[in-house]
Ligand binder design. Structure first.
Ligand SMILES: Cc1ncc(COP(=O)(O)O)c(C=O)c1O
Length: 413
């Protein structure tokens, strides 16, 4: 692989024109952190400016247009994750949605004792489930799998039995990018009468997901990574249509109430997906997500994934050829069928290495303890030459040597 091949790939890339819709500083560092926080697009900037104008001109009258945004933007995201309309809402954070849906599932399986999850899943998922297990008097069983390759489908399937109330997993692992088999695990859970909740934070807008076809019960995910909705943009929640009437979520807010503006004295949940809402929707955030997701829709999730697969394959090849001789190792699955959209590299000095790359404005990836740098190309605005150049820069810094730095980064996501 040389730079010329990367340039040829860019010339042939049908998604290349989308880059001009994003605010990219061409002389800036190479941004490979779209798996943490996506870039703003002109469409989002304009939609937010329009929204502020609408607010200032129409004040409270704007609510006629804003009140249904959680469902409307939910339907748009649904189209990116294989969910037909009326099953996705956009509201709250991923953490809060995970809590609402996991609690609903546990209440619907009150006679079952066990929650199954991944010992290496993102902290918020484990914490929410720990809290729920404690408050609902259930047992949280954390499955141990390979830190790099993720949980084996057979291990998960073998752990599910008649005592399992809920299986809650991330489709793509936040650290290694290991991808689990949604269809097979969902099917295994259903065979034993358990419900399944998937965290799609690292899949939504990046990989094709088929929630309806795979019979998934519940899913959540954020909109600020590959969906480019902006820092802290609201999350989504999916509940399979056939389950909606059966599930009662634990936060009885007025936006979940049937006939909300009758202001009834007794809580009676809405009959459909709105019952999973809580309070006033974050309108500016929703409009940003809507404008951002529209771009992904027009690019097409299959085309995005096809490019992403080529980007990660190229990254893996370059990591092996250029970084492994310098003491780094691939910390993502080597089998492309088990990978998501980012690639991780482990090194004993991962944090000072990552820090040097950012401070010298060379490459923006991110560090995840104990020893991993994640590199997440985003097919809408990352180029193949960016990947080539980023690995060259990483090799250059490593060869020169990095100082030990003790402070840890403070950015979330
Ligand atoms: C898998 C996963 N779940 C949840 C979250 C975060 O949830 P929240 O948006 O509530 O902070 C992240 C954030 O990066 C994540 O990677």
């Amino acid at each position: 692989m040389d730079r010329y091949i990367a340039q040829r790939l860019d010339l042939a890339d049908t998604l290349a024109p989308f880059r001009s819709q994003f605010n990219v500083e061409e002389s800036g560092p190479i941004y490979l952190d779209g798996n943490s926080l996506g870039r703003p697009s002109t469409a989002v900037t304009e939609r937010l400016a329009d929204a502020v104008r609408d607010w200032s001109e129409n004040l409270v009258g704007g609510w006629a247009r804003w009140i249904d945004l959680p469902a409307a933007v939910g339907d748009r995201i649904g189209r990116l994750i294989g969910a037909s309309s009326g099953q996705v809402v956009v509201c709250d954070s991923t953490t809060v949605n995970l809590y609402k849906l996991a609690a609903s599932a546990l209440a619907a399986r009150a006679d079952r004792q066990v929650i199954l999850a991944d010992a290496h899943d993102f902290p918020t998922d484990r914490y929410v489930l720990q809290g729920l297990a404690e408050s609902a008097g259930r047992e949280l069983r954390l499955l141990e799998g390979s830190v790099v390759d993720g949980l084996d489908t057979d291990v998960v399937a073998g752990a599910i039995d008649a005592q399992t109330a809920l299986v809650c997993l991330s489709h793509v692992n936040f650290r290694s990018g290991a991808r689990l088999d949604i269809a097979a695990i969902t099917e295994a859970a259903h065979r034993h009468g358990a419900l399944v909740l998937w965290d799609l934070c690292h899949s939504a807008g990046a990989l094709p997901v088929a929630l309806d076809d795979d019979g998934v019960d519940l899913a959540v995910g954020c909109t600020y990574k590959y969906l480019n909705g902006g820092p802290g943009s609201p999350a989504f929640a999916y509940v399979r249509r056939g389950l909606q009437a059966e599930l009662r979520q634990p936060i009885w807010g007025w936006f979940g109430q049937h006939d909300q503006f009758s202001m009834a004295s007794i809580y009676q949940p809405d009959g459909g997906m709105s019952r999973f809402l809580t309070g006033t929707p974050p309108v500016l955030g929703l409009l940003g997500v809507d404008a951002a997701a529209e771009i992904l829709e027009s690019a097409g999730i299959r085309a995005l994934w096809a490019k992403s697969e080529r980007c990660t394959e190229m990254l893996v090849d370059l990591v092996r050829a250029r970084l492994e001789p310098l003491g780094a190792t691939l910390a993502s699955p080597s089998d492309p069928e088990r990978r998501g959209a980012h690639v991780s590299v482990a090194h004993a000095q991962a944090w000072p290495w990552c820090n040097a790359l950012i401070e010298r404005r060379m490459v923006v990836g991110d560090f995840r303890p104990p020893d991993v740098i994640r590199l997440g190309p985003a097919p809408l605005y990352s180029r193949f030459v960016d990947i080539f150049d980023a690995v060259e820069r990483m090799a250059e810094v490593l060869k020169a040597g990095v100082d030990d730095v003790r402070d840890r980064p403070k950015s979330p996501e």
